[in-house]
Design a protein around this ligand. Sequence first.
Ligand code: PEP
Ligand code: MN
Length: 363
Amino acid sequence: MEFKEEDNFFRQLTGANYRPIMIAGPCSAESEEQVMQTALALREQQVDIFRAGIWKPRSRPNTFEGIGLQGLQWLGRVKRELGMRVSTEVATARHVEEALKQEIDVLWIGARTTVNPFAVQEIADALQGAKVPVMVKNPVNPDLALWIGALERVYNAGITDVAAIHRGFSSYEKSKYRNVPFWQIPIELKSKFRSLPLIVDPSHIAGNRELLLPVAQKALDLGYDGIMLESHPDPANALSDPDQQVTPAGLAAILDKLQVRKTTYDDQELINRAEKLRLQIDEADQQILRALARRMELVEQIGHYKKQNNVQVLQISRWKEIFRSRPEWATELSMNPDFVAELYRLIHTESIRIQTRILNGDS
Ligand code: PEP
Ligand code: MN
């Protein structure tokens, strides 16, 4: 996939002076009045693209599964009467055909669809020859290749205006997020495809209103190109995702607090100062790595000692002692003890690997 910066639809929205793309609207279109009322309020806030789900992929049957075709007419009204770009989710070839017939400006593929290459290919085939920008949400499971694969299927159908939406990943473990962000996955996507526009969806990551701002802010600080937020005139009574939607006024308050920082330093003096700090960081990293190498050497020695004496690798009392003392030392050094505990989990895993190798006589 090769993305052209100049004529990419999403890049034109961020513009030369970088301004994040704003996509907002209700999780679902519920009534004509709700759609028109929300769109009108969001237009005041310079929202670039109005979103609303027409076909909703819900986990359980007998819940609200979207208003269907008539919702497309309402989006058509928003486009014609309010002059906004409109967007909806497509999950089948028929959805694509209907959305294109109504001249919906931007389509997106949802997280439950991205997981299925057959479904994505069917959508891609229906997109052949169309000139419509398409956004691809990450799959529900943390699988970067699957996300890239879906983007490629759409791109190979001739849709060069593609963007990725990061909406977090589901996890069985309890977390403060509805969908855990695993920021390293979208960052890796961005490092592989430098000019692929990347949009954050804090609504589906957070699952609640409190975390929308911090998630959106973090994404902007990581260089994301846009934000998709769900907004409903009466969130508590929304037919889908009531806990995470905000009123248009609530959305305005979030946008007001968001800090859009510069993409890079604009002054030579600042560049020099940052460069000096980076050199010091390089030096500190070399010290860390030398110390780690020394630690691993000692681990090897103790491995040989255990082998000579026929002693097991894992000594639970020692393991406990390490995970008690290191976070404490971290606190004394004004560092986050959780971070240091996690670091030691990695270091300890490597120590065990080295010692197991020695005990089993590989070296
Ligand atoms: C949505 O955007 O309302 C939606 C269904 O999202 P996702 O595919 O991320 O679950
Ligand atoms: Mn939703």
